[in-house]
Ligand binder design. Sequence first.
Ligand SMILES: [Zn+2]
Length: 137
Amino acid sequence: MGLENFGRVSFTAEAKAADFVTYLEQGKVMATRCRKCGTKYFPPKVDCPKCLLSDVDWIEIKGSGRLNTYTVVNYGPSGFEDDTPYTLAIVDFRDIRTFGRLSKDIKENDIQIGMRLKVVPVKLPDDRISYEFQKAD
Ligand SMILES: [Zn+2]
């Protein structure tokens, strides 16, 4: 399984990380961590730009994070026009910063900086797969 099934456009293209999609299909949202310097990457990178090595561990993003900031996108870029409005968010988990969409189940009035969110894989209507942030329990 390759990146052709990920998301609406291939924003993980730089990751060279088809494993990311395989993990999503297993219900896991994963980051990578360089084995040499320990830097963590999300979206995952299999090549550490600091060390110029391709020696990474895959680590699951578990538990809940906190909303750091967000923006509501009303005019989407190519490939996203039919999907607006949607909300892009930066969510800080215990030791890694992540980026993605908020679930449309979270209404704009309910969005609060610092709110607890979890990241979960989601199936898209055309049988593609991605991930989104949902309210944590
Ligand atoms: Zn490194």
